[in-house]
Design a protein around this ligand. Structure first.
Ligand code: BES
Ligand code: MN
Ligand code: ZN
Length: 528
């Protein structure tokens, strides 16, 4: 049976021309040899059984001579191979064929995928592939070929325009392929907004980006300005925004994929479009990286971008408090006491601990949706970078099932997190002589005390907090947004731990679509 699907991926909704096409089709190694392309990647698993075709013979010979290993990422590069139409061929090991190995294998190709002469790539899975492995490969191709162009005058756009994924069994991997492509759109949306400099990603521009998402089916967007936020009594959020000329925005997104009475998951993203520290000003080195302080918000936008593509049968609310944190004559001062929307008063001892101040009011607002779970995502603390580095995001939760579901989603998405403690003793340092609480405790356990502060605003709703300060962007020569944790969030929302559900274990407080989403095959990839 011949099988082919084509999906276009736009990293922003505004762009007229698609960034990249992904196709899934039936392709055995014999047919792969006649695929015209700039780069043919043959992904070979351990235990590979060579067939009678030319590529199989090459691989078998190289294996026999020890010139190729099938460990994930080990590779042999070939050029203008007789009887192969592709200009370049890479035989690459994909180990056990897992999603993780598949990602490793593609990322190991490095520059070959990003090279300007690479316009068309064919990825051919030798043997049977799983949907998860195909999804991971699609995402890795996008990750490796991504280029930021928005504020460059002579931008070299992404050279890769078409990627064909060839497998023996397309219908079996179709779901994995679809979610992989949807995740590419979501991750690239998040990377784009994360990477934009703060003067090209103001609170108002972030709100405009959210509004463009409402063009997608089942997505709605409301944006509240300063007057409404003041009416709502969000005194902590307003205190942070005071020092900036840019007006704050409170963004409210909804994805309605299930019946109205189905409790939503609420995602809350920290949207500090630039964090100078305010009056408690930060030192100059690397302060530019504080343009990434809205990566929590970007991950919420990216997640909605992917939901718009996947159309699952769940309800999701996205809340983004967006503003700048600036020093100014009107700025909030250390020692000022403000009243949060919850009625609790806060002594702002350090104006650089602003993320928790904008989040606490959004968390209070979240309660009105009677959520099944609330998950906030924030570049919250430098302490979390010290604790976990750039590999795993910090995970804090007041509910074990929710923590397990998020942890598991992170593993499945290759976007991992690690649970941190929330013992009440950690809240001791937040005591204040002048308000119900201070906004900082000492240096010790800084990411935990920040989480304890947030916990004062969630009541007993199942709540989790993801501290992405170490994972949302990379510094140095590879400086740029990673798009994390869009993968984790989308996997969580889609209930990728359905093995768990099948095993008949107690349902996690998650939105997991019980059956196949009704609209899974609804109109898709129709975004302008
Ligand atoms: N946005 C920062 C956290 C941050 C700092 C993320 C560096 C990544 C790298 C946050 O607003 C902040 O400034 N946090 C302070 C809290 C402190 C004043 C209690 C921090 O981590 O230093
Ligand atoms: Mn700060
Ligand atoms: Zn911050």
């Amino acid at each position: 049976m011949h099988f082919c699907v084509r999906i276009k991926v736009h990293s922003t909704l505004k762009r007229k021309t698609p960034i990249m096409n992904f196709d899934l089709k039936t392709l055995e190694l014999t047919a792969a040899a006649s695929e015209k392309c700039d780069l043919l990647v043959v992904l070979i698993p351990e235990g590979f059984k060579p067939g009678p075709d030319a590529l199989s013979a090459l691989a078998a010979l190289a294996l026999k001579n020890g010139d190729l290993s099938l460990k994930a990422g080990k590779q042999l590069q070939l050029y203008q191979v007789p009887a192969v139409a592709a200009r370049r061929v890479v035989l690459v090991g994909v180990g056990d064929g897992s999603a993780r190995a598949s990602r490793q294998a593609v990322l190991a190709l490095g520059g070959a995928i990003k090279a300007p002469q690479t316009k068309r790539v064919v990825l051919c899975f030798a043997g049977t592939a799983t949907g998860d492995a195909v999804g991971a490969a699609v995402q890795a191709v996008a990750e490796a070929s991504y280029v930021y162009t928005t504020t460059k005058s002579k931008a070299e756009a992404r050279s890769l325009s078409r990627c064909v994924v060839g497998v023996a069994n397309p219908p079996e991997v179709r779901d994995g392929f679809d979610s992989g492509v949807a995740l590419v759109a979501g991750v690239e949306f998040a990377r784009e907004w994360g990477n934009r400099p703060a003067n090209h990603a103001t609170p108002s521009l972030l709100a405009d980006a959210a509004k463009t998402l409402a063009k997608l089916p089942r997505i709605q967007c409301k944006v509240h300005g300063p007057a409404e936020v003041s009416r709502l009594g969000m005194g902590a959020f307003m205190a942070v925004a005071r020092g900036s000329e840019e007006p704050l925005r409170f963004i409210e997104l909804r994805y309605n994929g299930a019946a109205k009475d189905k409790a939503p998951v609420v995602l809350v993203g920290k949207g500090i479009t630039f964090d100078t520290g305010g009056i408690s000003i930060k030192p100059a080195p690397e302060m530019d990286e504080m343009k990434f302080d809205m990566c929590g918000a970007a991950s919420v936008l990216g997640t909605f971008r992917a939901l718009g593509e996947l159309q699952p049968a769940i309800n999701v609310v996205g809340l983004i408090p967006a503003c700048e944190n600036m020093p100014d004559g009107r700025a909030v001062k250390p020692g000022d006491v403000v009243t949060s929307m919850s009625g609790q008063t806060i002594e702002i001892l350090n104006t650089d601990a602003e993320g928790r101040l904008v989040l606490c009011d959004a968390l209070t607002y979240a309660a009105r949706f009677k959520p099944a779970a609330v998950v906030d995502i924030a570049t919250l603390t430098g302490a979390c970078v010290i604790a976990l580095g750039g590999v795993r995001s910090g995970l804090f939760a007041n509910n074990d099932d929710l923590a397990a579901a998020l942890h598991q989603a992170g593993e499945a998405a290759q976007d991992p997190c690690w649970r941190m403690p929330l013992d009440d003793d950690y809240a001791d340092g937040l005591k204040s002589n002048f308000a119900d609480m201070g906004n900082v405790a000492g240096r010790a356990g800084g990411s935990i005390t920040a989480a304890k502060f947030l916990q004062k605003f969630v009541g007993d709703v199942p709540w989790a907090h993801l501290d992405i300060a170490g994972t949302a962007w990379r510094g140095g020569a590879a400086k740029g947004s990673t798009g994390r944790p869009v993968g984790l969030l989308v996997h969580y929302l889609l209930g990728h731990d359905q093995a768990h559900a099948r095993a008949g274990k107690k349902a996690v407080p998650a939105p997991h679509a019980t059956a196949k989403p009704a609209a899974k095959r609804a109109p898709r990839a129709k975004v302008a």
